[in-house]
Write a protein of this length. Structure first.
Length: 264
């Protein structure tokens, strides 16, 4: 894997797409596939700040050279912002290929490079969040199963931890106890989130405003450290909505979707 902004050798991949590894050195000039606006946009700035603070923890962000949603983001599981026990594994934050990029083998490219890189770094396997049936903002379980992943743990709300061990004797990962039974004691709507997802930089303040304007009990909890995220009451920390203590959804919302969800 070349460093800085060098393109990856096409011979490593099955497709003709070229890929680039985002690092501290090229972060400012590279577009971030999940937030393509300019650097002054709050979505881009919040995501790039989050990334810049994670590179020293071993985070890798590999993307297509084309502008669009075609990338993979992964990090050693010990440094993942999720309540999991997966020592020695590599945790995939996000694998996203959409729009015109779908159907060309790019997901295979990105995952295969993650596997190669993880093995080279001495990792014992991969793990990622998903569900029994495909849900927005989570990995496709059909694709994971096709690539050899299997379910190793499941929380009460249906969020599953999938894993791909590199050897038969690799220890099986699991959720921490705080995440297996997603529930909180607070009433009203409570949103747990991190700055990992760029959409939060724009839409969380919008929801806070619309909730205040409509007198809706609504509280946000911005997880701002690895320790906070690893002890959260939810397997998904990027975005998790609770209502009167019960988990509701991980789907990011604008003001219209939020008001529709609560029946206004």
């Amino acid at each position: 894997m070349p460093r800085r902004s060098q393109k990856l050798d096409k011979s490593q991949f099955n497709s003709i797409m070229e890929y680039i590894k985002v690092t501290k050195d090229n972060l400012e000039k590279e577009h971030i596939c999940c937030a393509i606006s300019n650097n002054k946009d709050v979505q881009v700035s919040s995501k790039k700040t989050w990334l810049s603070e994670r590179f020293d923890d071993g985070l890798v962000f590999l993307k297509s050279v084309e502008r669009g949603k075609c990338f993979i983001e992964y990090i050693p599981a010990e440094n993942a912002w999720n309540p999991i026990l997966a020592k020695g594994y590599m945790y995939i934050d996000c694998l996203w290929v959409s729009g015109s990029f779908k159907g060309h083998g790019y997901s295979n490219d990105l995952l295969d490079e993650c596997i190669r890189d993880s093995k080279e770094k001495g990792r014992i396997g991969l793990c990622i969040l998903s569900t029994a049936k495909k849900k927005p903002f989570l990995a496709d379980p059909k694709f994971l199963k096709h690539k050899g992943f299997s379910v190793c743990d499941e929380a009460d709300n249906g969020i599953q931890l999938w894993y791909l061990p590199f050897s038969e004797d690799a220890k099986i990962p699991c959720f921490k106890e705080c995440a297996k039974h997603p529930h909180i004691e607070e009433s009203g709507y409570v949103l747990y989130y991190t700055s990992q997802c760029p959409f939060n930089g724009k839409y969380v303040p919008i929801l806070e405003t619309i909730a205040k304007e409509n007198s809706i009990p609504f509280k946000t909890i911005h997880l701002q450290s690895k320790a906070e995220a690893q002890n959260a009451p939810t397997p998904i920390t990027t975005y998790a909505v609770f209502h009167d203590g019960e988990y509701v959804t991980n789907e990011q919302m604008n003001d219209k979707r939020f008001l529709k969800m609560i029946g206004k």
